[in-house]
Design a protein around this ligand. Sequence first.
Ligand SMILES: C[S@@+](CC[C@H](N)C(=O)[O-])C[C@H]1O[C@@H](n2cnc3c(N)ncnc32)[C@H](O)[C@@H]1O
Length: 183
Amino acid sequence: MSSCEGDSAATSIWTRSKALYTTLANEPHRDFGWGKGKENARSLGYAPEWLETLPDAVWESAAAVGNPFAVAAIAVGQTVVDLGCGAGADACVAALLVGSSGRVVGVDCTPAMIAKARANAAAAGLGQTEFHESDMTRLPLPTAARTSSSPMVRSIWRRTRCRSWRRRAGWLKPAVGYRSRIW
Ligand SMILES: C[S@@+](CC[C@H](N)C(=O)[O-])C[C@H]1O[C@@H](n2cnc3c(N)ncnc32)[C@H](O)[C@@H]1O
């Protein structure tokens, strides 16, 4: 699944959003008029060791609007689900935190972002990551991913947000961490 159904306004936003993030993946040094990249992540409080440990390419298409790692700790061995993972910067940080015994599942609807996330994680040697192209609002997560997941969830427009929150409520089990940022 790779598209949202809905009225023409939602479809238009969906199309423009994918076009924007395709451009960010392919032309990361373009000026979009908003914060992105490594220095933006630094200004949001991402730890210096993450910024220096991960290859620069991991950060160049990062469009963080907050630091999800400041909200709650991620422990070794956990499974993290990153919805709207973009080029994988947060997924790669999460992979550093969960270690080789953990697992990170990144989901994004923009094919160019998924391709870049896979390349970035491979370049960083983070084999505990996997990336899937999908619309987060229609995502059937396997049971195994639900037992100890810490979704870092972003949603872009209200309608999507409501629908995806309802779905995510069905995935989560007690004592599961949940972080959400809106952009
Ligand atoms: C602001 S970027 C954040 C990317 C990444 N988390 C970061 O910090 O760089 C938002 C990402 O969410 C993706 N996205 C937006 N709506 C989505 C949806 N309904 N399902 C899956 N991905 C979505 C976009 O393709 C884009 O890569």
